[in-house]
Design a protein. Structure first.
Lengths: 429, 322
């Protein structure tokens, strides 16, 4: 029997509320025991015993929004390379988006992603299926068959369905199966051919911009459709305060709505575009400081359920271009945890509260057996030094693409070791 | 055989839907139809109940079984039957429904059987003509003779409608058969369940007083009758389901799903069937469970009963009495 014992850890399990010194036992890839004082007396020289030296041992992180580039853009990222980046960032489960080439819009492609990930990636990979065929927003996909093939949710990625009739039917159909739908909120017409958020800064740069209201309008529309159809609905990433207010009100009415925020919307604002930095061109765009601050407040108050990387690798051919022509997107798997921890270091929320947004909450929304330090659960773990200061250096990233928006940024706290099913998949040097 | 001067069965001079019928009217039609089942199985099938009467079949939608069923019913009752198909009439030249109706009315028919793609067409026609109007299907509204023939089929299989658990499965949204059956079965005390994806159920359908299910396993659990509906692909402007293969996987009736129903449950289908879409051939062709062919046979008897009942009304009013 394969055993692994962790002692002298600060155990943080947001799912159960546990936050205490203790130990954890892994047997055959699953958590066999966990609790305070466990292995206090173990021999630290035993090769099967890991002395955590008071560092945080938490459930491995679940990133609900990752784009890899496989299939179709393997030069940017593969499931294998994204898996290495995930492991280095403490992420043990990544949910991959269907907006690849081909689009993951039928059962055999869902099956392909699962098999390919099992064969190549060192972390768990859960595919999402497209909500409409080819992401074209016209014909709904085989939601039932794709669920059977293993799709954990349905989304058109970073596209917003403009046809409300198609969307209503798709949501209604998804609700038939109790499926999770993940929406992207940006009015397609208001945001067409824009690269920044509307405001003084975009005006000064002369960059075509979309108002933050483009997000709020769609959020409010989609809330009404959820009310009509009863579907489980998750806004993949929210970036402005007004949208968050609408979601808070919808939640208060008891609607089955959740939402996420990207790590970069918690830590950067529109001014960080500086002199047309395309690595900070994201979708939705970086917003005003008031909106960024509202996102931090949303995490603290709990209106925001999850924090995601929105990992979207881009190569120089799509980023080294004039701002308007450059692609959207940033890599983020390796900076998700440090960026999220900034909310804790700014004393806006406790450490367990921030970790909950990266573990128990996504597990609950996805309905998966992960994100908890629970007896019998898979031993997906991350050992975190929450205080270690470091400076982001893109040359050290494991991702195949290096388009981080945080180059040179100082953060505190990162993953030291990452385990998937009891196997160590990353260990900091 | 019954004569045209016997006691009236229907209160109205039209049969526009089941919703307006009473339990005794329904029972009266079913009882009368039983007599015609026997007649139809005899060598000599002709009667003189409608002798001298003119029946016009006015079909704005293509139909094989309903139109031929009404035609045979009329002919066996001794009526002169004329089929007007829209492709060969002036409707295709732009004439309105009411113009067509008043033109036909001037030819003094006794009974007009109408099928139309729009809900309410039979009702509109009935207000513009002097003869009896039979609704042979209007849009997604009603198809009363189908519900009556389904009830007759069930009754002749020795099942009592009262307390019977009937699962109506599939495209309820577009189905006039479903609406007529919901009315009839509810009136007769059966427990009606609807089983369909949310996209194929009309909003507020629970207001019919039915139980609604989205999962076949739960919906068929303990059902006495499984009534499949045709997936009306021709009415699906815009997608209500992603594909027929997914539809079959989750809502197509195969042996596995039928096993959830009560042992000895009967399978019905109004036809025409989309094999491999809403029903598996293995079930449709299994004479142990499928009563689909009996439904067709009962269709003729029911339509004879309806025409007979309406003719009695004509006779009672003394209009065009033979």
């Amino acid at each position: 029997m394969k055993r692994l014992a962790f002692r002298n850890a600060r155990l943080i399990d947001p799912a159960s509320g546990l936050d205490a010194r203790g130990g954890l036992l892994v047997e055959n890839g699953r958590i066999a025991d966990v609790g305070p004082r466990l292995f206090n007396d173990a021999d630290p020289r035993d090769p099967e015993v890991i002395d955590c030296k008071g560092l945080v041992l938490a459930p491995g992180l679940i990133d609900m929004r990752v784009l890899t580039g496989e299939p179709g853009s393997e030069h940017r990222e593969t499931l294998e390379s994204a898996g290495r980046a995930a492991a280095a960032g403490g992420v043990t489960t990544m949910v991959v988006m269907p907006n690849t080439d081909p689009v993951i819009d039928e059962p055999s492609l869902v099956d392909y992603i699962k098999r390919r990930a099992e064969a190549t990636a060192r972390v768990r990979v859960l595919p999402m299926g497209a909500l409409t065929k080819g992401l074209a927003g016209e014909v709904m996909t085989e939601i039932g068959l794709m669920m059977e093939a293993g799709a954990v949710g349905f989304t058109d990625g970073d596209r917003t369905l403009s046809n409300t009739r198609v969307l209503r039917r798709a949501l209604s159909y998804a609700a038939t199966f109790g499926a999770l739908v993940v929406g992207h909120a940006e009015d397609p017409e208001l945001s067409r051919n824009t690269s920044m958020t509307e405001g003084e800064f975009a005006m000064r740069l002369g960059v075509p911009a979309a108002p933050a209201m483009a997000e709020t309008i769609i959020v409010e529309r989609d809330i009404r459709l959820v009310e009509m159809t009863g579907v489980r609905y998750h806004f993949g990433q929210i970036s402005c305060g007004a949208a968050l207010d609408a979601i808070a009100a919808a939640k208060a009415r008891g609607l089955p709505i959740t939402c996420g925020v990207s790590a970069h919307h918690l830590t950067l604002n529109e001014l960080d575009v500086e002199a047309y930095l395309t690595f900070r061109k994201v979708k939705p765009p970086l917003r005003s400081e008031a909106d960024r601050s509202a996102m931090v407040e949303g995490v603290a108050s709990g209106v925001i359920d999850v924090i995601v990387s929105n990992h979207d690798p881009q190569a120089p051919d799509t980023k080294r271009l004039p701002f308007a022509e450059a692609a959207f997107g940033t890599v983020g798997l390796e900076t998700l945890l440090p960026a999220a921890l900034s909310v804790y270091h700014e004393r806006r929320a406790s450490l367990p509260h921030v970790l909950e947004k990266l573990t128990a909450a996504p597990a609950r929304i996805l309905g998966i057996e992960a994100g908890a330090l629970k007896k019998g659960a898979p031993a997906d773990l991350v050992l975190i030094d929450p205080d270690q200061p470091f400076q982001v250096d893109s040359s050290t990233l494991h991702s195949r693409s290096l388009n981080t928006p945080f180059e040179g940024r100082r953060f505190q706290g990162r993953a030291q070791k990452t385990y998937v099913g009891g196997e160590c998949v990353f260990s900091a040097k | 055989m019954t004569t045209a001067t016997a006691a009236p069965i229907l209160q109205s001079s039209h049969l526009l839907g089941i919703e307006g019928l009473s339990v005794s009217e329904i029972n009266g039609l079913l009882d009368l139809a039983e007599e015609y089942v026997a007649l139809n199985r005899a060598a000599e099938k002709k009667t003189t109940v409608l002798k001298g009467r003119t029946l016009i079949n006015l079909f704005f939608e293509a139909s094989t079984r309903t139109q031929s069923s009404f035609e045979i019913a009329g002919k066996r009752l001794g009526a002169d039957v004329m089929n007007m198909s829209v492709r060969t009439s002036s409707v295709s030249k732009g004439e309105t429904l009411i113009d067509t109706a008043t033109t036909l009315n001037a030819m003094r028919p006794d009974i007009l059987v109408i099928r139309h793609q729009d809900s309410g067409a039979a009702e509109l026609l009935s207000r513009k003509v002097d003869c009896c109007v039979v609704n042979a299907g209007d849009g997604s509204h009603e198809h009363p003779t189908q519900a009556l023939l389904d009830a007759l089929t069930i009754r002749r299989r020795g099942r009592k409608l009262e307390g019977l658990v009937v699962a109506i499965c599939g495209d309820v949204l577009h189905s006039r058969v479903a609406r007529s059956n919901i009315h009839l079965l509810s009136k007769m005390g059966a427990r009606v369940r609807l089983v369909a994806p949310r996209t194929l159920l009309p909003g507020n359908v629970d207001r019919f007083g039915v139980e609604v299910f989205h999962d076949m396993k739960q919906g068929l659990e303990g059902a006495d009758i499984v009534m499949m509906l045709r997936l009306q692909l021709e009415r699906m402007a815009g997608a209500f389901i992603p594909s027929t293969r997914e539809y079959f996987r989750f809502w197509g009736l195969d042996r596995e799903k039928l096993a959830y129903a009560k042992k000895g449950a009967l399978v019905m289908h109004p036809g025409p069937m989309n094999r491999g879409v809403e029903i598996d051939s293995a079930v449709a062709d299994d004479v142990e469970v499928s009563v689909i062919h009996e439904q067709v046979e009962m269709g003729v008897a029911i339509r004879m009963a309806v025409l007979d009942a309406l003719a009695r009304g004509l006779a009672a009013e003394g209009r065009n009495a033979p």
